[in-house]
Design a protein around this ligand. Structure first.
Ligand SMILES: C[S@@+](CC[C@H](N)C(=O)[O-])C[C@H]1O[C@@H](n2cnc3c(N)ncnc32)[C@H](O)[C@@H]1O
Length: 200
């Protein structure tokens, strides 16, 4: 395990103002991925590699392709993945996930990139899921704002809040998935494909 390194990566990210998953969410997810025998993941939003290093350190047969469009963060991720000894199983790519495509199939699509574009990213990458695929979306709680209809929302935040709410509702009501919304960390949405249902 890379416990000391992981602790250091997290502390440095917080110090540098790089957003990384909340500890409660990452602890839940790594166990969820292991229990569901997930061995391949496409992650949108590498940042400095923290989440992918935690997952791949915890699950020894997990392979991850992860996309990041910020060059400085990508470079730090490459160095962190090397230090963690995980270059064989984590492939970081410097790419704008909104302009990218790949043909590989993954058991899990983890959306942890630009929140306002979750729906667009879901539509780009849903065909990369295996038949028993799982979509996980982080930050669907947005500090409680999304679940409090009475709350006054700053004008500039309204488009984001509306988009996040709409996407969450769309996924929760889509019969093609068995979906769960968990109020842990900053909110996790977990959608498991149901058998024999199309995405259309
Ligand atoms: C919340 S952070 C990811 C945290 C990371 N998963 C972790 O927990 O260690 C979101 C990342 O998505 C990246 N991002 C934003 N827009 C993107 C895009 N269009 N394509 C790829 N990455 C993007 C940001 O630069 C940021 O580093």
């Amino acid at each position: 395990m890379n416990e000391e390194l992981i602790k250091h990566i997290r502390e440095k990210a917080v110090e540098d103002g790089v957003p990384v998953m909340e500890e409660e969410s990452i602890d839940y997810l790594k166990n969820f991925l292991k229990d569901n025998r997930v061995t391949s993941m496409l992650e949108i939003g590498t940042a400095v590699g923290y989440s992918s290093i935690v997952f791949a350190s915890f699950i020894e047969d997990l392979r991850i392709v992860t996309l990041e469009n910020d060059e400085e963060r990508y470079r730090q991720a490459v160095a962190n993945i090397e230090n963690a000894g995980l270059t064989e199983r984590i492939t970081p790519l410097l790419a704008d996930a909104r302009q990218f495509s790949l043909s590989q199939k993954f058991r899990c699509l983890f959306l942890d990139g630009p929140k306002a574009h979750n729906e667009e990213l879901y539509k780009i990458y849903r065909d990369n899921l295996t038949d028993d695929g799982i979509i996980i979306v982080d930050d669907v709680y947005l500090y409680g704002i999304l679940d409090d209809p009475q709350r006054k929302i700053k004008r500039r935040l309204r488009p984001l809040v509306n988009k996040l709410r709409a996407f969450r509702e769309e996924m929760l009501s889509d019969p093609a998935y068995e979906s769960t919304y968990l109020q842990i960390g900053d909110g996790l949405l977990i959608c498991k494909k149901r058998e024999n249902k199309s995405n259309e």
